[in-house]
Design a protein around this ligand. Structure first.
Ligand code: ATP
Length: 466
């Protein structure tokens, strides 16, 4: 077993010459075997080992005996040791965590602290093949994709390494006996991980009745999944430059990728702004289904953690639902003969222009429109300037019937992000103008118009008060 592990370390380039390795040692057979093997490795490779033990103080005197065993072994073998005595129960109660979760957080925080203080880049733990098989089974039961089938990573990006991942628990126990390596039964075992324990003691024996080498089969499945994932990751790396660090993804570009690549790109994009791994397959399925529908040019798909995936024509963005409404709702009363300023937009309402004033007959810019003032005052004394509301309608110029404003905005290819800042002018209950986009047929200037009202809006540099 020792030779297999040493080869595994080399093949996966887990440890390099000159590395300082922080090894998490609980006092159980796995981590004690790990420490022994690291010591063997250090004989032919120049590396420094720092053992790290956390006394979880969960099992009274038993916890202290675990600590003593680790201390003795390190003393006898000239290995530097760091010990943390932690009140895991108190910590978990305070944080509202399970003992497993809390214990894990405290452990890895301690390992990382030692790592930082000693300029180390590696943290080694004693996870082995049985842990791997249980982890994969637990994930299958909970629901997982190919990525989850990979199980525990032998080498993590943050420098955590698992040199024993190919060794079975029984081989580790034999190795400890063969080499007279001391260990404590159930060291640090919190015995509260009910799910893992029932998989180990109930489900695995049951599965073995159907397939005596089920653990090997699952370990192989995990290896195959890892190969597939690594291959796909390399493929995504190849195309990622098109999407990386861009505020939005081009729909035309993304829709040309295979559905699997679309999912991988969207997942990476999501992770660029939100480090949440609880992404469910259903989210990606929905997104790919939407991307496949070429007719539907504006849509949103909910993502975890209050995020949204939004398509607005050629733009696909991942955005927070909280900032979804870029412009909060606004509604103001405005009166003819005055001008107003609303977040850097100046609004002018002029009236009583004579119809025969040729200069005013036609709107000069897209930012203004002329209305029949008599028709306006017939239905209301003031104008309401507001944000659009669901169900808003207007009868656009040249149309017989009213149309939904939403459809008009879509037809005009107004990106959904900008729709809430469009100015809606309403008199009575009639929308007379969708600023710069559509004016009402009913209030336009005609041959019979006697007085004209001019509505105009301009972008201004500085905000000033009306
Ligand atoms: N008390 C401890 N002190 C130091 N290292 C520990 C301690 N307990 C566990 N470890 C390290 O973590 C490894 C995994 O332990 P164990 O399987 O009990 O934890 P887990 O919670 O299932 O795994 P993980 O830490 O990845 O969540 C051990 O082999 C050992 O390297």
């Amino acid at each position: 077993m020792e030779r297999m592990i040493l080869n595994y370390i080399r093949q996966n380039e887990m440890i390099c010459r000159g590395d300082t390795v922080v090894a998490g040692i609980s006092g159980g057979a796995d981590s004690m075997a790990l420490l022994h093997i690291l010591k063997e490795f250090s004989k032919s490779n120049y590396i420094k080992i720092i053992a790290a033990h956390i006394n979880h103080n969960l099992r009274g005197g038993e916890s202290d005996l675990d600590e003593m065993l680790v201390r003795d072994y390190c003393d006898n073998n000239g290995i530097q040791l760091k010990v943390l005595s932690a009140d895991i129960k108190g910590f978990c109660a305070f944080k509202g965590l399970s003992l497993e979760e809390g214990g894990r957080i405290v452990r890895y925080n301690f390992f990382n602290l030692i790592k930082r203080r000693n300029g180390s880049v590696k943290v080694a733990t004693g996870h082995h093949k049985d842990d791997q098989v249980e982890t994969v089974l637990m994930r299958i039961i909970r629901g997982t994709g190919i990525n989850g089938l990979k199980g525990i990573d032998p080498v993590r990006e943050d420098g955590v390494i698992r040199p024993l991942l190919l060794a079975r628990k029984s081989d580790i126990l034999n190795y400890c006996h063969e080499k007279s390596i001391p260990y404590r039964h159930d060291a640090s075992n919190m015995e509260t991980d009910y799910h893992r324990n029932s998989i180990r003691h109930e489900l695995m024996p049951l599965l073995k009745k159907y397939n005596p080498i089920i653990d090997e089969s699952i370990a192989n499945l995990s290896k195959i999944a890892r190969e597939y994932e690594e291959h796909i990751t390399a493929e995504v790396d190849e195309i990622w430059h098109k999407y990386k660090d861009k505020a939005s993804i081009s729909y035309n570009e993304l829709s040309r990728e295979a559905p699997l690549m679309q999912k991988k790109v969207l997942l990476r994009k999501y992770k660029e702004i939100c480090d949440n791994i609880k992404f469910q397959h259903a989210h990606l399925e929905k997104a790919v289904e939407k991307i496949g529908d070429k007719e539907d040019t504006t849509w949103t798909v909910s993502l975890p953690n209050d995020f949204l995936l939004r398509r607005s024509y050629d733009k696909i963005t991942v955005e927070s639902k909280k900032t979804n409404r870029a412009t909060p709702y606004f509604e103001y009363k405005i009166y003819p003969g005055k001008s107003y300023v609303l977040s850097k937009i100046k609004i002018v309402v002029e009236t009583a222009l004579k119809k025969n004033d040729k200069k005013q007959k036609k709107p000069e810019k897209q930012g203004e429109f002329l209305f029949d003032y008599d028709k306006i005052i017939a239905i209301g004394e003031h104008i309401v300037l507001r944000q659009r509301k669901p169900g808003d309608r207007i009868r656009p110029l040249g149309h017989k019937n009213k149309r939904k404003i939403k459809e008009i905005l879509i037809d005009n290819k107004i990106p959904s992000d900008n729709r809430d800042s469009i100015l809606v002018f309403e008199v009575g209950n009639e929308i007379i103008w969708l600023a710069g986009i559509a004016a009402s047929e009913e209030f336009k200037v005609t041959e019979d118009t006697k007085k004209i009202m001019r509505l105009a809006f301009y972008k201004i540099q500085e905000e000033i008060n009306a």
